[in-house]
Design a protein. Structure first.
Length: 127
């Protein structure tokens, strides 16, 4: 290496987030214009690095919020299923109670319609 330039990559808060190294194989004396161009390039590189970091952070936050939303949706769906199951169970219980309420009347009607001589066995079972 015959010539080199090293410039820090600075974030907005002037924190060093990287280093720009330029190594030349031939002797070179950097001019003021070279220095300005290298500083501009280092500044742009620092912005690109910071933007990449912010983009990664944003993606992480979106992923976290998406996961939280999906979990909330799953809980809402589960709650909706429980409500539906409760409604079905309540309707089933109501119908069973209505049906059970008719059994004594049907047994009494059956007893009235039985012939004691012909249906003695059935009368004993209903008693």
């Amino acid at each position: 290496m015959k010539a080199a330039a090293h410039l820090p990559l600075l974030s907005r808060g002037d924190n060093v987030i990287g280093l720009l190294n330029l190594d030349l194989l031939e002797p070179h004396r950097f001019s003021e214009n070279d220095r300005l161009i290298l500083e501009l390039f280092a500044s742009q590189a620092a912005i690109a690095v910071e933007n990449a970091r912010l983009y990664g952070e944003m993606e992480r936050m979106v992923r976290e919020r998406t996961d939280a939303w999906q979990r909330a949706q799953e809980r809402a769906n589960a709650a909706e299923k429980l409500v539906l199951m409760s409604e079905v169970a309540a309707e089933f219980a109501h119908r069973m109670n209505n049906l059970a309420g008719t059994i004594p009347a049907r047994v009494a009607l059956a007893k009235e319609n039985l012939d004691p001589n012909r249906d003695a066995r059935a009368i004993r079972q209903l008693a």
